[in-house]
Design a protein around this ligand. Structure first.
Ligand SMILES: [Zn+2]
Length: 321
């Protein structure tokens, strides 16, 4: 598990974690025992200033609603989409937040006088999911949302790789003749099981397009059946690459598409099972037994951010003035 910095937390027992998404911030306060003492959701602002402001407001509201003074907050961790420099706390290309380049940790620290650390949202969620799922050793967190990405946690630490790309399985091309991906390649895993790509391929209006696809598939619509198959097979491909490359003990699945619950889980299990049928080697990996879905409304992402906020590693010590 990630170690807490005693220096940062001396006399300030609360660790705050924020999962900053395109529409809302999920915030939790974690007490010294590791229990979540309070949680709230607030809307996210658009653009640099509004994002910083909504983060500051969320921390203040969390303290107020849960009856602890701001002076009790020893650290704040933020999980946010985009390219994150975990050492400096800078965020680039968070397009869903209207952020091109933002010194988030520096600006938030100035506003609140509390040390901030920033991490990519999927990597932070991976850490939270690892702890909440009680998986020891190695695990991967596969986020199936608008896009697809994974985070790998080994012995309680996020494994970034040399340049932070570890776990970017969404852009593994598994079918060079497949659909064009936003990244410029064809047939990426994300074009099969990303909510955005599936909604685009479905092409019909509706606020819950993936649910619509499943409902239409249940009713026998052949286009919907094929897209539903794509989703299950794409997610299965992601699970396979995570286990075959990192041999993670467990793949925990989160993200917006997990709202499909059993419909997703059963289909994914069936796809993993079918994919392994002809291969004694793949059967021996028991992939279908190594997946689990995060429960709906799980605080894993915000909780993971709180762990990131309180963490210091030899390589990543950031001085807070
Ligand atoms: Zn791609």
């Amino acid at each position: 598990m990630t170690g807490a910095s005693t220096a940062d937390r001396a006399g300030r027992p609360i660790r705050v974690g924020l999962d900053v998404g395109g529409t809302k911030i999920d915030a939790v306060a974690v007490d010294p025992s590791g229990a979540i003492r309070g949680r709230l959701r607030r809307p996210t602002g658009w653009g640099d200033d509004a994002v910083v402001e909504s983060i500051v407001t969320a921390v203040k509201a969390l303290a107020e609603e849960n009856g602890f003074p701001l002076a009790d907050v020893g650290s704040v961790g933020i999980g946010i989409p985009g390219l994150v420099d975990a050492e400096t706390g800078r965020v680039d290309h968070a397009v869903n937040l209207g952020v091109e380049s933002l010194d988030l940790a520096v600006r938030a620290e100035l506003a609140l006088g509390v040390p901030f650390r920033v991490e990519n949202d999927v990597k932070a969620a991976a850490l939270g999911a690892a702890v909440l799922s009680g998986v020891a050793g190695s695990m991967a967190y596969l986020n199936l949302g608008t896009g697809v990405a994974a985070g790998i946690v080994i012995d309680g630490r996020i494994w970034r790789g040399a340049r932070g790309t570890a776990g970017e399985v969404g852009h593994l091309s598994v079918d060079p003749r497949g659909r064009l991906c936003g990244c410029g390649q064809y047939g990426c895993v994300e074009t099969f099981c990303g909510g955005g790509a599936l909604a685009k391929a479905w092409g019909r209006p509706g606020t819950l397009p993936i649910r619509d696809i499943f409902d239409a598939a249940d009713a026998g619509d052949p286009h919907a059946v094929s897209l539903r198959d794509d989703l299950h097979h794409g997610a299965a491909a992601a699970v396979r690459v995570l286990v075959l490359s990192a041999d993670v003990e467990r793949v925990v699945i989160g993200g917006g598409l997990t709202a499909l619950g059993d419909r997703l889980e059963n289909g994914l299990r069936a796809a993993l099972h079918a994919g392994a049928e002809a291969s004694p080697f793949m059967r021996s990996l028991r992939l279908d037994e190594r997946i689990e879905l995060l429960p709906a409304g799980s605080p894993a992402a915000a909780f993971g951010a709180a762990l990131v906020g309180a963490s210091t590693t030899e390589k990543e010590i950031v001085p807070h003035g």
